[in-house]
Design a protein around this ligand. Structure first.
Ligand SMILES: O=C(O)c1ccccc1NCC(=O)[C@H](O)[C@H](O)COP(=O)(O)O
Length: 266
């Protein structure tokens, strides 16, 4: 694991221990199982692609370990609405909301506020290291969770996926290289995220996605993540038959995130 992932995972275990004291697993599990309606995350992506549009997972991200604060006037509900509207013709398929507080200045309330302000399905973007967080994600209203192969073993990925699917959530499994991709393909989820950010150097290169593209079977949906900032990036990825994108920073730095989205994917 990279240094940053090691640090994040250590903090997550501390946070989970504290959260379990406030709300024991049984209570969080009850809350998660009491929520019935999830929004269809995979369906939202597939219907954009069927309409020959880009399927964009638009991120609500105040800050990041590599770049610091990205947006000063950070109002999750307004950002989510802007993404849902786009320019009227081009808009987001789904949202991704950072809930990690220490490294990304995110929060659980941000996810709730973003989801309440629109009808888009929402991914909880955080670092899952314990089954507790999967129940917690559904309890807070998430429609999908992220599983990062670099910080989980095979048994954890399988277990967390089964819990998420059992609660009606989608799973985006994230990989950085071919070894992690082979592990991810043992899961049931159709959503395979290739993260273009090297977690050791923080450098981003869309070549990471392009290199792995042919190894993702046609029945899975490849989502390219991180470092997508220009129309040229989008054109290169689309030419390689990649139609689902997760974008944060490029939108967060724009005055109107939804207009920036429409401009990038026009
Ligand atoms: O964004 C970071 O600096 C970062 C550092 C360490 C681990 C994860 C990190 N980002 C998480 C993400 O995957 C991105 O927020 C997401 O893919 C959007 O990327 P971008 O469009 O480059 O903001």
């Amino acid at each position: 694991m990279s240094d940053i992932l090691n640090k994040i995972v250590a903090v997550k275990h501390e946070e989970i221990a504290a959260a379990m004291k406030r709300s024991p697993l049984e209570a969080v599990r009850f809350d998660a199982e009491s929520r019935v309606l999830t929004r269809d995350f995979v369906g939202a992506l597939r219907s954009k692609i069927a309409a020959r549009q880009a399927a964009v997972i638009a991120e609500v991200k105040k800050a990041s370990p590599s770049k610091g604060v990205l947006r000063a006037d950070f109002i999750p509900a307004d950002i989510a609405q802007s993404y849902a509207e786009g320019d009227g013709a081009i808009s987001a398929a789904c949202l991704s909301v950072l809930t990690d507080r220490q490294f990304f200045q995110g929060g659980i309330d941000f996810l709730k506020q973003a989801r309440a302000s629109c009808d888009l399905p929402v991914l909880r973007k955080d670092f899952m290291v314990d089954a507790y967080q999967i129940y917690e994600s559904r309890a807070m209203g998430a429609d999908a969770v992220l599983l990062i192969a670099a910080c989980l073993d095979d048994a954890q990925m399988k277990d967390f996926e089964a819990i998420a699917l059992g609660l009606g959530m989608a799973v985006l499994v994230e990989v950085h290289d071919g070894v992690e991709l082979d592990r991810a393909l043992r899961l049931k989820t159709p959503l395979i995220g290739v993260n273009n950010r090297n977690l050791r150097s923080f450098e981003v290169s869309i070549q990471t996605t392009l290199d792995l593209r042919s190894r993702v079977p046609a029945e899975r949906l490849l989502v390219t993540e991180s470092g997508i900032t220009t129309r040229e990036d989008v054109a290169r990825l689309r030419a390689a038959d990649i139609h689902a994108f997760l974008v944060g920073e490029a939108f967060m730095r724009a005055p109107e995130p939804g207009e920036a989205l429409a401009e990038l994917f026009r």
